[in-house]
Structures are given as C-alpha cells and as structure tokens.
Design a binder for this molecule. Structure first.
Ligand code: GTP
Ligand code: MG
Length: 207
C-alpha cells in the first residue's frame, strides 16, 4: 500500500523562459512552439511515482511578466517546492532567477525545496558529428549544410554553442552556494524535465 501526499509546487521566473512549457511537458508530454504568455497563474496537477510513495503535485504556474510580480506571494506562500526557471540563452534571466530565489528564501516556507532550472538547452546543443540536424531542428529532410536555413544553422554545431549565455558551471556553482537543486532542461525535447520533479519529490520531507 503506497501513501499519497499532496505537494504544493510553484514555478517562478522571467517571462518567456518556458515555465508553462515545462509544466505542459511534465503533465501532458507535449510541446507548443508558440505558447501564449500566462495571465495571472495556471493551476495543474500531476502524480509523481517514487519507489516507496506517490506524490500528487498541485502546480501553480505563475506569470513572468513584471506586472504580475505582486501576485507571486499568494502562490509561493505555503508552497513546499519551487522551480525557478531561467533561459540558458538569456543571461538576464539568471539574474531574475536569483532575485526570485532571494525572495523565496526570505518570505516562503523555510523548509521549501527549491530547484533552479536552466531551460531551452535544445538551442545550445551541438549536433552529433556527421548528422546534419540537431534535436532543435526537427525538419523532415536531413538538413544539408548547403541548403540549411539560418534558423537551422543557428541550432547546430559551433553556432549553437554561441547562443548559450549562461555556462552550466556558473549556474551550477551559484545553485550549490544557494542550496538549490540544479538542472538544465528542454521543454521542447523533454530532456531533464521529469528529473526536476522526481528529484524535488525525493527531497520533500516525509511527515
Ligand atoms: P510567461 O507565462 O509569460 O511567464 O512565460 P513562460 O515562462 O511560461 O514561457 P512559455 O512556456 O510560454 O514559453 C515561451 C516561449 O518559449 C514559447 O514560444 C515556447 O514554445 C518557447 N519554449 C519554451 N521552452 C522551450 C524550450 O525548452 N526550447 C525551445 N526551443 N523553446 C522553448
Ligand atoms: Mg507561462
């Protein structure tokens, strides 16, 4: 007989870093290339199975636009977990993430489990050598160097690495110093997304 516990989780981070996309990937295994900005907040639930127990996440996906900032305390108050998201191709979004972490550490539940997630890593991964397309350029036709569009070229090889504005090591060092779990994710490919929620689940204290 497994026990089921409710865990209230909040997502925070700058607008357009991919908070809603991460939740959509976790809950529905889907990705929407043109996801609309969240207004206020969205509420979703999803079960998470661990070896010895089942958690039911009650997820508050907040809006990143600045005009909604003042609503955030309503959502992180009483939260047992938070995922603070930044975009690996946007250095300013890590700075915004750090201000969210500070706010959580000052104002939220002192036992809150916080994960830092650097999203959109599909945009910075170089393609495996020899293959013309990366996961970020899922064209039907194998992208041929001579005919690749600028969009495809920007997501493969050395050029893709140039899109990265936040080195993994830098964000990871900050996360360690601040006592956060750390992940790099892609809501587009799904990489790292389930891990965020299962690792948080393992770190939630059992009552
Ligand atoms: P707000 O609700 O305004 O705070 O934004 P958000 O953080 O919820 O971002 P959202 O999930 O709406 O994603 C913003 C845009 O980035 C959308 O066009 C997504 O399709 C895109 N996006 C999200 N995650 C990824 C990702 O991992 N890779 C790529 N390539 N695009 C992504
Ligand atoms: Mg959103």
């Amino acid at each position: 007989q497994t026990r089921s516990v409710q865990v209230k989780l909040v997502l925070l981070g700058e607008a357009a870093v991919g908070k809603s996309s991460i939740v959509l990937r976790f809950v529905s295994k889907e990705f929407q290339p043109n996801k609309e900005p969240t207004i206020g907040a969205a509420f979703l639930t999803q079960k998470c199975l661990l070896e010895d127990r089942v958690l039911r996440y009650e997820i508050w996906d907040t809006a990143g636009q600045e005009r909604f900032h003042s609503l955030a305390p309503m959502y992180y108050r009483n939260a047992q977990a938070a995922v603070v998201v930044y975009d690996v191709t946007k250095a300013a979004s890590l700075e915004k993430a750090k201000t969210w972490v500070k706010e959580l550490q000052r104002q939220a539940n002192p036992n809150i489990v916080i994960a830092l997630a650097g999203n959109k890593i599909d945009l910075v991964q170089s393609s495996p050598s020899g293959s013309g397309s990366s996961s970020a350029a899922e064209s039907e036709d194998e992208a041929d160097d001579a005919t690749a569009t600028p969009g495809e070229a920007a997501t493969s090889g050395a050029e893709a690495e140039n899109l990265r504005q936040v080195p993994r090591e830098e964000a990871q060092a900050y996360a360690q110093e601040a006592g956060l779990l750390f992940f790099e994710t892609s809501a587009k490919t799904g990489e790292g997304v389930t891990e965020v929620f299962t690792e948080i689940a393992k770190n939630i204290p059992i009552e």
